[in-house]
Design a protein around this ligand. Structure first.
Ligand code: GLA
Length: 345
């Protein structure tokens, strides 16, 4: 097992962005860059042992520096949306950077996906691990308190495990996720991928993707993935402008538990997702429109990849009925998600 460090590029001010490749002989290999903590490559063998890169992204740093749809990035301080970019905590109202209509999305304008994280590699009992750290200062994007964040990527067997930790010196909402777009065929769209979600309910949202506060049953909806279902089967009937899935599912149970199984019949590749988060946002790359060209010159058309963003529900800080995202001094935020790969059939 090993971690190989090399230069990936430089910011305009000369700051180095490093690339770290994690491998352990399992056949699964991950390349993570310190810009945004982005999972830039994730290689997994197909049923014939042929490696394929199963995440969308870029070959070079430059296109990642331009605003991009969060390819592979760590999202925070609060992933997903906060309505009207505003919340009240302990009687004080905070105005955040609004970067999604009038709402806050994925931590704001210059959020965790656009930071160079400090990186330290280690060989652990579970496998090669990359520890990324970042300090978000008090008032960052409007959020209160200095937040120290740690994200550890561990290549454990054929799984990429992500362990998040954060501590604060003032109460603040925290909701961290990884925004990888998966395509287990390594090309084309995810329409033929088969998805199963361990969810009986979801968070209904308005046209701006803002929840009203209730949890609804998936019974009889186009969103129900309790039975393994091709992603493309109902996708054109879900949502409008653009069509596709962009929904937070309520993951059944608590603790580190199964959340999703995604499989691709052509390659035989299977990805099993486990998380201790209460929710997972299924986003099927609905805003991709062929205008971005990614690794190996591939144009990212609509539904070229799908995200399974494990997280708390959107706008939790304004929704008293949702599990809380508020972190207080003296507490430690922890969260774990595993993406485990295999090939079958
Ligand atoms: C998310 C959101 C989507 C979209 C993408 C980024 O996951 O839920 O609506 O904003 O990020 O393109």
């Amino acid at each position: 097992m090993a971690i190989e460090r090399s230069a990936f590029g430089e910011l305009p001010d000369g700051t180095e962005v490093a690339s770290l490749i994690l491998h352990n002989g399992s056949g699964v290999v991950a390349r993570i860059i310190t810009w945004g903590g982005i999972v830039a490559e994730l290689w997994c063998p197909d049923r014939h042992g042929e490696p394929g890169d199963v995440v969308l992204g870029y070959d070079h740093l430059e296109p990642y520096l331009v605003r991009h749809p969060y390819f592979g990035a760590i999202c925070g301080r609060v992933a997903n949306r906060i309505a009207h970019a505003r919340f009240t905590l302990d009687g004080q109202t905070y105005q955040l950077a609004a970067n999604d209509g009038g709402h806050a999305l994925h931590g704001g304008l210059d959020a965790f996906d656009r930071k160079v994280w400090a990186a330290e590699g280690a060989e652990t009992a579970d496998g090669p691990a990359l520890r990324l750290t970042h300090t978000s200062p008090d008032g960052d994007e409007g959020y209160p308190g200095t937040l120290d964040v740690e994200v550890v990527y561990t290549l454990a067997g054929t799984a990429l495990r992500i362990d998040y930790r954060a501590v604060t010196d003032r109460p603040t909402p925290v909701n961290l996720t990884n925004h990888s777009y998966f395509n287990l065929a390594g090309a084309g769209t995810v329409r033929d991928h088969v998805l199963r979600l361990e969810a009986d309910g979801y968070v209904p949202v308005d046209a701006d993707f803002i929840p009203g506060g209730e949890i609804a049953s998936l019974d009889g909806t186009l969103l129900d993935f309790r039975q393994p279902t091709p992603v493309g089967e109902r996708i054109d009937r879900v949502n409008e402008n653009p069509t596709g899935y962009d929904h937070c599912y309520v993951v059944r149970g608590t603790g580190l538990r199964p959340c999703a199984v995604l499989s691709e019949p052509g390659s035989g590749r299977v990805m099993r997702v486990e998380t201790n988060e209460p929710g997972v946002q299924l986003y099927t790359g609905n805003f991709l429109d062929g205008s971005l060209t990614g690794k190996r010159g591939v144009r990212y058309v609509k539904h070229a990849g799908l995200c399974l963003e494990t997280q708390h529900y959107p706008d939790s800080v304004n929704q008293p009925a949702f599990p809380t995202t508020v972190l207080r001094p003296g507490e430690t935020f922890t969260s774990t998600t595993r993406f485990a790969f295999s090939a079958e059939g």
